[in-house]
Design a binder for this molecule. Sequence first.
Ligand code: TXA
Ligand code: MG
Length: 316
Amino acid sequence: MERTISPTKAEMARAVAILRRGGLVAFPTETVYGLAANALDANAVRRIFEVKGRPSTSPLIVHVDSVEMAQNRVVSSWPEAAEILARAFWPGPLSLVLPKGPQIPNEVTAGLATVGVRSPAHPVAQELIQAVNLPLAAPSANPFTHVSPTEAQHVRDAFGDRVECILDGGSTSVGIESTVVSLVGPRPVVLRPGMISVGELEKHVGSVDLGGSPSVSGAHSSPGQHEKHYSPATRLLITARPPAGRGAYIWWSAEVRGIERSVRIPSDPPGYARELYSILHALDKEALDFIAVEPVPDTAEWAAIRDRLQRAAERQ
Ligand code: TXA
Ligand code: MG
């Protein structure tokens, strides 16, 4: 069930003050919670990498409140495909990779000449960016390689008081990270699949390439493709025949008998994506021997979910 939660005026004012003096604020987006710093302040951005334990070779996504903020303060060019996709999907779970503007420090982009930018749809995220009036660099607010947070409590559990301010906006509605599309080559390339599918992008910009596999895009240009990503600490298996032992089985179509923890997840992709990470966070606390996940269909609407499950399972 969705909670409608939003920070008080005083909490919002405190978050703005912290960001203006170079501190970090965790905030809700419609995908997952982000860990934000002023994207124009190299020292503030360095702190994100420290707190997350993230290698400085992984570029961050910059969050904006509008196309205008993206154009004027983040990127150095705005091709027609950016205009079309931003008008179609912003605010929303789509990140565009474009040539970076000179104001954006190299810390944000891990030295790349390009920058990822998106306008998040969550009202608290929009309110924060408008109030601070700065583009905000923010990765997902989890320790590097762990499961992304979909509730404020996940951020508290992971970082405690290492993050001064956590704005609570309830449970996120999309539940997995944004689709990342590069617009710097001759054709758009999806670097990370998300709930905005290739098919939906193609309705607007013609044919789109898939560059998401590590062999194609390389870990450097696409850190979300690191193998150890999105992983719970508990061993995760994708199988319709979970082994014996103290384990959980996450199923959407067919329950199995004799499993210690049987967890039903919605059978539609948006519902599945919305609940997946919060189920993984909860099961991870139970000290189980394994988390088995029923395989999901091999169709386009499940592509982003398949990608996250495979990466979570690859760790072992
Ligand atoms: O939904 C989301 O995108 C969330 C929320 C907080 O907005 N953010 C997120 O950030 O997932 P992070 O840092 O965990 O993942 C950033 C992804 C990387 O996997 C990478 O593929 C892509 O963004 N990225 C960022 N800048 C890039 C660049 N210059 N070139 C290529 N890929 C880039
Ligand atoms: Mg992440």
